[in-house]
Design a protein. Structure first.
Lengths: 647, 379
């Protein structure tokens, strides 16, 4: 098409003009863009740089390694073992079910755990790691690691988890740790940031709980660069935390293991104390349980089994269990009467087999009576009437005062859970708690450790140690923290008349060394190590007049839970007391039969720091003991020598 | 002497045409594309795959296509413009029927060897037809209402079809590009004033229609407007993109964090970092200096086009060249405004730099036409 030249010229003129206008407008817009760019990149650069850093840099806590726990010789009781788990990040797995399928072909997956994991994978944010397999063996972890290219989103993780190599032996003393839960957090005012880490382990019971602050340590932190999916790309900076302090306990691992084995099959408690400084050398409650079960959360099946066991494995009977001390309380009554001037050392009381007090008849265990008894005979043969008489004269206030002086009815502050106070009753106590006036009969009952009096095995051992030394020895569990020795607690002089104390000790010596003593059969032959003790049998039922008339039924004829508790307290060697021991066998029958042999065996083990020679035992027992020792060696071959694991 | 004889005599022919190509423009385009290769290499973490290498191959292909288009006389393209336009319209209709749905919009026809995006093609063919129309139309009729209606229909038909996909970004680009060609062609001021008033009215209508039965836009488009106006309302959803983009851009500072050191892109905080948001990676790694340099290159491309357009006596060539330049300009301005948080996120790629085959190929065809106009300039 042909265009007139004039039109062409006019067109070009218009287009040039319009083009220049448009070009100007375009330049203006470009100017706006450049200005905006300058404003953002120069004026606001610092703010945006900060935002970019906030995006990419994450502050992560480094959990400190928990302090380890050793026995007095350096044997490891609680350590931190590497634990492996397999995590999955949904975002990085293309097809979750496909990946799980492949994983299941490589390692075994627990169906319950898998179900929970799949639920979490759906519910939680895509970048949250979800544990699909916990407590995985090293073999399985390496198998997964080798196959990672085929398993997108699967991340093996290694962490530290508490492990108790000799679990059963220390369940009650050391306790256990477990994953922190909401209930734990509620009880803490300002929770450490560490506690917010899922599955962080804190002490739940026992020493682990009571010394949580010492053992936990301080968290470190690290600055890491993460990508948009939250995956760590590299570490930028690291501030190390502080590992928890190691604790060395006073327990002698070898003795602890022996006592555990000696109490096996019974519902019992035994405690061995160093008389001189209060160190607990062994502290055992039987039956025990495996604390490792609790570390990552116990299954309800296992937990219910522990709850339903009639021997009650869970509580620590040494400090939590309170029992009527029975005849082991007689030393208290005797000393109270002597110190208050209500009795003299040479004085005798006539025992016809019972005592009439304010219209009620109180029986001696020996139906025919002991005849004329003094202090020595009353303890040796455990005459009850002598103490009924002493209580009648002395009154409960003086008796309870003496009990508290000897460590009963007061709390000994040990780093264990639920340390019981026991009960040394007073008139006021009964008025307040029972809303009844105190009767003389109550004092009479209390004089032989029945009625309201309650004591824990620990308190009985403390009593024994105080009788042995005349000092207010306090029990102690922690020997050193991070190598720093803790002060021992030998205690002040009790201020008791040495003559009275001597008489009581002498009588206790007779108990286990005189032919007429109630624990003669459980004596120690080795002369330098002979012990002084006292048997106790505490009733858990009332004996009615009718039953008494028909003849008291033998313990072995009764159902287990109605049998008497068997008790024994002792210290040894008599001349130079080193250890104090208390043994309680729940529903074990008589103290002389059920508790005294155990106490004797434990005492010998403690004094010899290992298996004692058979010569130390009465000839009659040797065959038995030899078999016992052999069996023990077979059961625990690796425990014959203390391991020196400590660096 | 007839016009035809005149042109035949003064226009180069055969291989001699190569010497008459606008080599400056070709060099500029290659420079811009090279910035793209560099950034695609960077966002892939220092690797030619998966983006930089295919992009280079496509550029070589595109460059060849540009040369071929440039060798063909401009009057051939003028004759072809009506055909090209009709084919584009048919393809747009076809995409509505058999297109591949992606991100909630039907945009592609899968041809097997490549995905054809007819709306991209439309940008060039629309300009071609408008240029041919105004070349044919005597100047004195340009501002007459009857002769105004025809180009408006030519523009609105594809705009409506693209809007149906729905692709707001491309429809705005088509509308603005077509309108600006009309402006350059000399249509009277008054019309533009009227259109401006109408647009203001339309914007008002769009906002007031929200939530009613006659809602004009899709929900996601409203949401994009919302997040544009206040990105913090949806920091993890749609607003996340623009917030992260601004952080990347701003944190670049004067000189940037260094090649392949951009934390925002390297750690995947940036969305679509190889396509629509590639400018942020450049600005993050090379700072204001880098971003401004690319802007400068773009401006130079426009300047080169305008310069050749204004010196071209052929009305079709002149209009076509300006039209292509305007389209190119709208591309990068909208994209940059978008990543800087000055415009809504409408999904417009950065021309010649963003990863993507059909957009680059179409642009190279456009520049082929510009070259053809330059080569076949009446001298």
């Amino acid at each position: 098409m042909k265009r007139p030249p004039k039109d062409n010229e006019a067109s070009q003129k218009i287009m040039t003009r319009r083009g220049l206008i448009l070009g100007g407008a375009q330049l203006g817009l470009v100017g706006v863009l450049a200005g905006r760019m300058r404003y953002m990149q120069v004026d606001q650069a610092d703010e945006f740089r900060l935002l970019a850093d906030e995006n990419r840099i994450n502050l992560r806590l480094i959990p400190p390694s928990r302090g380890r726990i050793y026995d007095r010789n350096g044997v490891i009781i609680a350590e931190n073992a590497p634990s492996y788990r397999i995590n999955m990040i949904r975002e990085e797995a293309d097809d979750v079910e496909e990946v799980i399928d492949r994983l299941a072909r490589i390692i075994e997956l627990d169906p319950d755990e898998l179900e929970r994991a799949l639920k979490d994978l759906k519910k939680l944010r895509g970048d949250t790691p979800v544990t699909v397999a916990d407590r995985v063996s090293w073999d399985d972890v390496s198998r997964v690691a080798v196959n990672t290219p085929a398993l997108p989103g699967i991340v093996p993780e290694v962490g530290l988890s508490r492990h108790y190599p000799t679990g059963y032996d220390y369940a009650h003393v050391i306790g256990y740790v477990g994953p922190v839960n909401d209930r734990d957090l509620e009880t803490i005012d300002a929770p450490d940031a560490l506690l917010l880490i899922p599955r962080f382990q804190i002490g739940k019971i026992g020493l682990e709980k009571r010394r949580e602050d010492t053992l936990r340590g301080k968290a470190g932190n690290k600055r890491v660069e993460v990508n948009a999916a939250g995956r760590v790309m590299r570490e930028l900076e690291r501030v190390e935390g502080q590992a928890g302090a190691d604790i060395q306990v006073t327990i002698n691992d070898q003795l602890q293991a022996y006592v555990n084995s000696r109490l096996e099959g019974q519902s019992a408690a035994a405690v061995v104390m160093d008389c001189e400084n209060g160190d607990l050398l062994a502290c055992v409650s039987a039956p025990s349980y495996d604390p490792n079960l609790f570390v990552r959360g116990i299954s309800s099946t296992n937990y219910n089994a522990l709850l339903e066991n009639k021997y009650r494995p869970l509580p620590n009977k040494v400090v939590q269990g309170v029992y009527p001390p029975g005849s082991t309380f007689k030393m208290v009554t005797a000393l109270a009467a002597l110190e208050s001037g209500n009795a003299n050392l040479g004085e005798t009381v006539y025992c016809p087999g019972h005592l009439q007090v304010s219209g009620r008849r109180f029986h001696c265990w020996k139906r025919g009576g002991h005849g004329s008894v003094d202090l020595l005979r009353s303890l040796r043969e455990s005459c009850d009437v002598y103490y009924y008489e002493m209580a009648r004269r002395t009154g409960i206030e003086k008796i309870s005062e003496m009990a508290r002086l000897l460590g009963l009815g007061t709390v000994h502050d040990l780093p264990m859970t639920s340390v019981a106070k026991g009960l040394a009753p007073t008139k006021d106590w009964k008025q307040i708690n029972r809303d009844e006036a105190w009767q003389v009969g109550d004092s009479v009952n209390a004089s032989i450790g029945q009625g309201f009096v309650l004591a824990s095995p620990l308190q009985l051992a403390v009593m024994s140690a105080r009788l042995a030394t005349g000092r207010s020895v306090e029990p102690r569990l922690i020997k050193s923290i991070d190598g720093v020795e803790q002060p021992p607690l030998p205690g002040e002089d009790l201020g008791l008349n040495p003559r009275y104390l001597h008489a009581v000790r002498e009588a206790m010596f007779e108990v286990s060394n005189s032919r007429r003593g109630t624990a003669y059969r459980s004596r120690i032959i080795e002369e330098t190590l002979r012990m002084a003790g006292k048997t106790g049998t505490s009733q858990v039922r009332n004996i009615s007049a009718a039953e008494r008339a028909a003849g008291v039924r033998r313990n072995s004829d009764l159902p287990w839970e109605r049998r008497d508790h068997a008790l024994f307290v002792n210290f040894a060697p008599y001349d130079n007391p080193k250890v104090a021991v208390a043994v309680v066998v729940e529903h074990g029958g008589g103290g002389s039969k059920a508790a005294a042999p155990i106490a004797r065996d434990i005492t010998l083990q403690a004094l010899y720091d290992g298996d004692p020679p058979l010569e130390a035992y009465p000839a009659k027992d040797r065959e038995n003991i030899e078999a016992q020792q052999e069996e023990y060696q077979k059961k625990r071959p690796n425990r014959s020598k203390p391991r020196q694991d400590r660096a | 002497m007839s016009y035809l004889e005149n042109t035949v005599k003064t226009v180069p022919s055969g291989f001699g045409k190569v010497l008459y190509l606008n080599w400056g423009l070709a060099l500029l385009l290659t420079a811009v594309a090279s910035v793209g290769f560099l950034m695609l290499y960077s966002v892939a973490g220092g690797s030619f795959s998966p983006w930089a290498e295919p992009q280079m191959k496509r550029y070589i292909l595109g460059f060849a296509v540009m040369l071929v288009v440039a060798m063909v006389p401009i009057w051939f393209w003028r004759h072809m413009s009506i055909v090209a336009y009709i084919v584009s319209i048919l393809l747009l209709v076809a995409v509505d029927l058999v297109g591949v749905t992606s991100k909630g919009a039907q945009r592609w026809i899968d041809l097997g060897f490549m995905r054809l995006q007819p709306s991209e093609l439309m940008k060039i063919t629309l300009i071609m037809l408008l240029a041919a129309y105004y070349d044919w139309l005597p100047l004195k009729r340009v501002s007459r209402p009857i002769w105004i209606i025809i180009p408006i229909i030519i523009i609105l038909l594809p705009v409506a079809l693209v809007l149906r996909q729905p692709d707001l970004g491309t429809s705005i680009l088509l509308l603005a590009g077509g309108g600006l060609v009309m402006f350059v062609a000399g249509v009277h001021w008054g019309y533009f004033a009227a259109v401006f008033a109408a647009v203001v009215g339309l914007v008002k209508a769009v906002f007031s229609s929200r939530g009613t039965d006659w809602q004009l836009l899709k929900d996601y488009q409203y949401k994009r407007i919302d997040t544009f106006l206040d990105p913090s309302t949806d920091p993890l959803g749609t607003g996340y993109h623009i917030t992260q983009s601004k952080i990347a851009l701003g944190s670049g500072g004067w000189t940037g964090k260094g090649f392949m050191q951009g934390t925002q892109s390297r750690l995947n905080f940036l969305p679509e970092k190889h396509t629509d948001f590639i400018f942020t990676t450049l600005a993050e790694e090379f700072g204001f200096i880098g971003g401004f340099s690319l802007l400068g290159l773009y401006v130079l491309v426009i300047v080169f086009c305008f310069a050749t357009a204004m010196t071209n006596k052929d009305r079709f060539s002149s209009l076509l060249t300006m039209g292509v330049a305007i389209t190119f300009f709208l591309f990068f301005v909208v994209n940059m405004a978008m990543v800087m948080g000055l415009a809504p996120v409408v999904g417009v790629p950065l021309p010649m730099v963003s990863y993507g085959g059909s957009a680059m190929l179409i642009l190279m065809i456009g520049f082929g036409l510009v070259q053809s106009a330059h080569v076949h300039k009446p001298r």
